[in-house]
Design a protein around this ligand. Structure first.
Ligand SMILES: [Ca+2]
Ligand SMILES: [Ca+2]
Length: 150
């Protein structure tokens, strides 16, 4: 399990570094700009320990839809049958779409509930696009959305 730990550390350090640069470019809205498939943010990854001492990867991003036209793209390779969950900013209704590596839309989650969910069926490159329903947004830094895959 030791190499897992090392891998996790490296990935989070890279994520942290890119986040710092992005934050400097646009106040509070980390990961910008990530408005296209080509500029998708590498999904931040960390490792958790299960009750038996094994480690598993968790993908999670806390970020913002900060203007009516802001969209946030993430790139990741999820595990098969892991679930993606989007918790909108408080009082907001955000949605997401999932694309494959060719940019083909393969799933959407557009419910009006505060938590949206989709299950990945295969482990392959996936892009997730987060956006506000009908242009909803909230740039208040105390009101982020959370995108979580586990
Ligand atoms: Ca954003
Ligand atoms: Ca964006």
């Amino acid at each position: 399990m030791k190499w897992f730990k090392k891998l996790g550390l490296t990935i989070s350090m890279v994520a942290l570094t890119s986040g710092v640069f992005a934050a400097a470019a646009s106040a509070y809205d980390n990961w910008e700009s990530n408005d296209t498939l080509a500029t998708a943010t590498q999904m931040p990854t960390y490792y958790q320990t299960d009750p038996w001492g094994g480690q598993y990867a968790v993908f999670e991003s806390t970020s913002y839809i900060s203007t009516p036209t802001d969209v946030d793209y993430y790139k990741l390779i999820p595990f098969a049958s892991s679930q993606i969950r989007l918790t909108s900013a408080l009082g907001m209704d955000y949605d997401f779409e999932v694309y494959d590596q060719n940019g083909t839309l393969i799933a959407t989650s557009t419910s009006t509930s505060q938590v949206e969910k989709v299950t990945f069926t295969t482990a392959a490159v996936r892009y997730v696009k987060v956006y506000g329903k009908n242009g909803q947004y909230n740039s208040d830094r105390k009101k982020p959305y959370v995108l979580h895959v586990a």
